[in-house]
Design a protein around this ligand. Structure first.
Ligand code: ZN
Length: 135
């Protein structure tokens, strides 16, 4: 059985999708969903929208200390979703911390761990260019 989202109000696990909002006045998208548009100040809440799952690393840091049960080091970063003009903070997996670079392509994934195999967390994983059929 597929895992479910630990935050069904902001992301779906299968298939992975971030649930944002799109302003009904200026069309600006936001994540997490906003009641007030961060661009034009409209207060009507906007429309719910699924955001792109393809991102690019904008910035990152390597986390070397964490609560018990969380393996370190791991990469935490800001990921830009160019199609939606939204920036998301997320864990980034799939590369050794020393190999992560600003500008690398990543894709949204849902992951469980041994602490909770039922509920998935969102994160971004390194997107290998060959997955897209590019050289
Ligand atoms: Zn707006």
């Amino acid at each position: 059985m597929a895992a479910t989202s630990f935050r069904p109000d902001v992301f779906e696990a299968d298939p992975p999708a971030l649930l944002g909002s799109a302003c009904t006045s200026c069309a600006r998208k936001a994540f997490p969903p906003r009641d007030v548009c961060p661009s034009c100040g409209a207060v009507d809440g906007g429309e719910p929208v699924r955001l792109s799952t393809d991102g690019v690393i904008y910035s990152f840091t390597v986390v070397r200390q964490a609560p018990p049960g969380l393996e370190t080091p791991y990469v935490l970063g800001y990921v830009d979703l160019p199609a939606d003009e939204v920036r998301v903070m997320s864990r980034i997996e799939g590369l050794a911390p020393e190999d992560v670079e600003i500008g690398l392509p990543v894709r949204l994934v849902a992951r469980t761990d041994e602490r909770d195999t039922e509920r998935a967390s969102l994160m971004f994983a390194f997107a290998h260019p060959t997955e897209e059929g590019r050289p």
